[in-house]
Design a protein around this ligand. Sequence first.
Ligand code: ADP
Length: 249
Amino acid sequence: MTDETLLETRGLTKEFKGFVAVDNVDLRVKRGTIHALIGPNGAGKTTVFNLLTKFLPPTRGTIHYKGSDITRDNPADVARRGVIRSFQISAVFPNLSVLENVRVALQRKSTGSQFAFWKSDKTLDKLNDAALAILDRVGLKDFAQVHAGALAYGRKRTLEIATTLAMDPEMMLLDEPTAGMGHEDVDRVRDLIKEVAKGRTVLMVEHNMSVVSGICDIITVLQRGAILAEGPYAEVARNPQVIEAYMGT
Ligand code: ADP
């Protein structure tokens, strides 16, 4: 971890027809950290992700990435800068094999398009090798030839991480990577995130406190669109306002 700020929002605000979903948020994500965004349902976490990846324009406020103002970028610009959100490309293609899904993501990284199908055999071999290396890293190598649609839920979510990784992001945005998983899958995915976060920066929305406390360096707690508390888990977990926000929902 360094002190360098990678992503910074100032006064980030999103209103939907007068309803303030994200309220004047100043968020700073430091390079090399795993940063969690937590909060009760409706707190504005997904909207913050949508604003950061430019799926939604802010009503007010600015977003800077590595010092550049990206407030007016479009989603493709943000991805080109190296900020990749898991579901953007996790549109896991169910009828393609696990290997092909990762290959598509790799092609997209190298060509900027997921529809670059015409490749020489040599290029395809290289892509296959690279895809297999990624599957090996995430523990899905044995499933390379399985249709993605046939994977069990936990493995499908792992494939999302694999396709995100294939884009070689500088910053990964993970949206509830362990949601709906059993204990074993949660532990596996938690360890995997820690592993793939090496040399990158991760911002994740996560509800599972064992994941948050286990791997996250900094936690930002949102409530009704605003930052309620921020800091390392131990500090945030004993904040009376945070305790009340969670008990009260
Ligand atoms: P979280 O991800 O923390 O559960 P969301 O960001 O999904 O919260 O939602 C925050 C608030 O904004 C909620 O009250 C939600 O109903 C509202 N909201 C989100 N998207 C829209 C939209 N497109 N139009 C109107 N209200 C929205």
